[in-house]
Design a protein around this ligand. Structure first.
Ligand code: FMN
Length: 151
C-alpha cells in the first residue's frame, strides 16, 4: 500500500504533527510506503493520483476543520483527484466525540463524495499520543484496505 497523509495544523510540532508521525510509523511497520504532505488551500493535488490511500486530517479551530485542509477540498483540484480513492479521516480536537462526530466530521465528509472511507476517528487530546489508540486506528484502516482490495 502506498499511503499519503494529507494534513493541516497551525502548530508546528503540535499534537496533530505528532499524531501523523505516529500514524506514519505504525503504517510503515505494516509494510506500507508512507508520505506526508501539508495542505495548501490552493495547491495542486495531481500527485495524489500516485497513492492507493489518502489519510486526511487536521485539528478543529473555532468549530471548523483547520482552514488549509478544508480550503483544499473547497478551492483546489483535490476533490477531483480523490475521485475513486480510498480515504481515511481523522480529526484532533478538544470536544467530546459525539459533538465532534456531529459538528466536525461532516465538514470533511460532505466534500468526499466518490471516495471510500476505510476508517475515521476523532482523537481527543489524551488520545493523540496514545500508542494503543493510534495502533487501533491504523489496524482498522489496513484491515478495511485489505477487504476492499480482495473484492
Ligand atoms: C485557537 C484554538 C481553537 C480551538 N477551537 C476548538 C474548537 O472549536 N473545538 C474543539 O473541539 N477544539 C478546539 N481546539 C482544540 C484543538 O482542536 C486541539 O487542541 C488540537 O489537538 C490542536 O492541534 P495542534 O496541536 O496540531 O494545533 C482549539 C484549539 C486552539 C488552539
Amino acid at each position: 500500500m502506498k499511503a499519503l497523509i494529507l494534513f493541516d495544523s497551525r502548530t508546528s510540532g503540535g499534537s496533530t504533527e505528532q499524531l501523523i508521525d505516529a500514524i506514519g510509523q505504525e503504517l510503515a511497520a505494516t509494510g506500507a510506503i508512507v508520505e506526508k504532505a501539508k495542505c495548501k488551500s490552493r495547491g495542486d493535488y495531481s500527485f495524489v493520483a500516485d497513492f492507493d490511500v489518502v489519510i486526511m486530517g487536521a485539528p478543529i479551530y473555532y468549530l471548523m476543520v483547520s482552514s488549509e485542509l478544508l480550503g483544499a477540498l473547497l478551492q483546489s483540484n483535490l476533490k477531483q483527484f480523490l475521485q475513486g480513492k480510498k480515504v481515511a479521516l481523522f480529526l484532533t480536537c478538544g470536544s467530546p466525540e459525539l459533538m465532534a462526530n456531529i459538528l466536525y466530521l461532516p465538514q470533511l465528509k460532505l466534500n468526499l463524495a466518490g471516495t471510500t472511507t476505510l476508517a475515521e476517528k476523532i482523537f481527543a487530546p489524551d488520545q493523540t499520543s496514545n500508542p494503543d489508540v493510534i495502533k487501533n486506528y491504523v489496524m482498522e484502516l489496513v484491515d478495511a484496505y485489505k477487504k476492499a482490495e480482495a473484492k
